[in-house]
Design a protein around this ligand. Structure first.
Ligand code: MTE
Ligand code: MO
Length: 383
């Protein structure tokens, strides 16, 4: 696929593994369609991308704190009812570069495009778990299982050569309304290798790190997954925590992502003519919360105008409406008047009235995650 702005992890000094493949599209590509084409969907990997070439022999085992472990082949998964869920996947590190510019952080540098919206097709995890005797809406199995761990095929240096893994609570996994999928389709086509062929987890409304690609096994466990990416990464710390005083166990693994938005029609520093300027971008919130409002300012945040929101073209978006895609982003646009060089700012409000912080410093954290500060783009007005 076509991918632009390939970048690498600057702190990655692994002697054994080559640098993993990470890429994001130019921001302008994101707002050209509601459903992000696979070629323009960001790619985040922690190890070499595995090749599964024998689809007949590929299987996922389900074991752990259950009575009857099983081995599922693709034909078993294809037999289950197929659900199609439009869901936005966002890396917790989206907009990290802007956080690092204020004060250095560790991690892959991302602009605003480590996010994408896809139509995922697959089996519901809640249906899959019924195959091992776990009913819908179960919080604990008879043998004390409370979490569902996803273990992948790919190996990464952070796990000392072990597989990438993550977990979600059993209550979420067995809740059909949470729409957690074992997905084999992306935008109506079989998943490609970069995105997890032949089978990946999609956990809607949750940071991308929990949507494990190239699924190898599912483990029902009592405590949340003890893997690196759950326990030693992707946690939100206070600005005062640094690499010398960090105590990882004091914080929970990040799950839902907070309300976010970004302007995609303009880059820093955009040269514009005085007059009408179109400002468009995306907004998304985690946990299935809708986007209630998007405010845009052309005077650095003193005055605001509300942007028009949409998902499907021609259909006005209504937050938390039956006809809106609850796990998906909302695109916005507004025409503003710009007469002098300024900063154009956007901020979103979700359906729980959560707002984005004005500045990045108060949410700065050493891993550079969840930069949801007001998105600002400088424009230079030329005559
Ligand atoms: N799954 C595996 N097996 N290995 C990975 O490195 N990266 C995670 C997640 N699932 C990862 C993974 C992270 S951090 C993100 S943001 C998403 O996959 C990215 O998914 P994408 O590459 O399909 O966009
Ligand atoms: Mo990520």
């Amino acid at each position: 696929g076509v991918c632009y702005a390939v970048m690498q992890n600057s702190t990655d000094t692994a002697p054994i593994y080559k640098q993993p493949f990470n890429a994001e599209p130019p921001r302008s590509a994101l707002v050209s369609s509601y459903v992000t084409p696979v070629d323009f969907f960001y790619k985040r990997n922690h190890g070499p991308i595995p090749v599964v070439d024998d689809i007949e022999r590929y299987s996922v085992s389900i074991s752990g704190l259950i009575d009857n472990p099983i081995e599922l082949f693709m034909k078993d998964i294809w037999k289950l009812p197929k659900y199609v869920v439009t869901a936005t996947l966002q890396c917790a590190g989206n907009r990290r570069t802007a956080m690092s510019n204020v004060k250095k952080v560790r991690g892959v540098g991302w602009d605003v495009s480590a996010i994408g919206n896809a139509v995922w097709g697959g089996a519901k995890l809640a249906d899959v778990l019924e195959l091992v005797g776990i009913s819908k809406f179960t919080g604990t199995t008879n043998s004390g299982g409370k979490h569902v761990e996803f273990i992948s095929i790919d190996k990464c240096k952070e796990e000392n050569g072990g597989p990438y893994k993550a977990s979600i609570p059993l209550s979420q996994a067995t809740n059909p309304e949470a729409d957690v999928l074992l997905a084999y389709d992306m935008n109506g086509e079989p998943l490609n290798r970069d995105h997890g062929y032949p089978l990946r987890v999609v956990v809607p409304g949750v940071i991308g790190a929990r949507s494990v690609k190239w699924l190898d096994s599912i483990n029902i466990i009592a405590e949340e997954c003890q893997g690196f990416f759950m326990q030693k990464d992707y946690k939100m710390f206070a600005p005062s925590v640094n690499w010398d005083n960090i105590n990882w166990s004091t914080r929970k693994p990040q799950m839902d992502f907070p309300v976010q938005c970004a302007i995609c029609s303009l880059e820093d520093v955009a040269a514009v003519k005085p007059g009408k300027v179109k400002v468009s971008g995306y907004a998304a919130s985690g946990g299935g919360r809708g986007i209630e409002r998007i405010d845009v300012s052309v005077d650095g945040g003193k005055t605001w105008v509300e942007a028009f929101r949409h998902q499907k073209t021609g259909v006005p978006y209504i937050a938390d409406d039956m006809n809106s895609d609850k796990w998906a982003w909302v695109l916005f646009e507004v025409i503003v008047d710009v007469s002098r060089s300024t900063e154009i700012v956007a901020k979103a409000v979700d359906s729980a009235a959560n707002v984005q912080p004005e500045n990045v410093l108060e949410i700065w954290n050493l891993r550079g995650i969840l930069n949801t500060s007001w998105h600002r783009v400088k424009v230079q007005v030329g005559h």
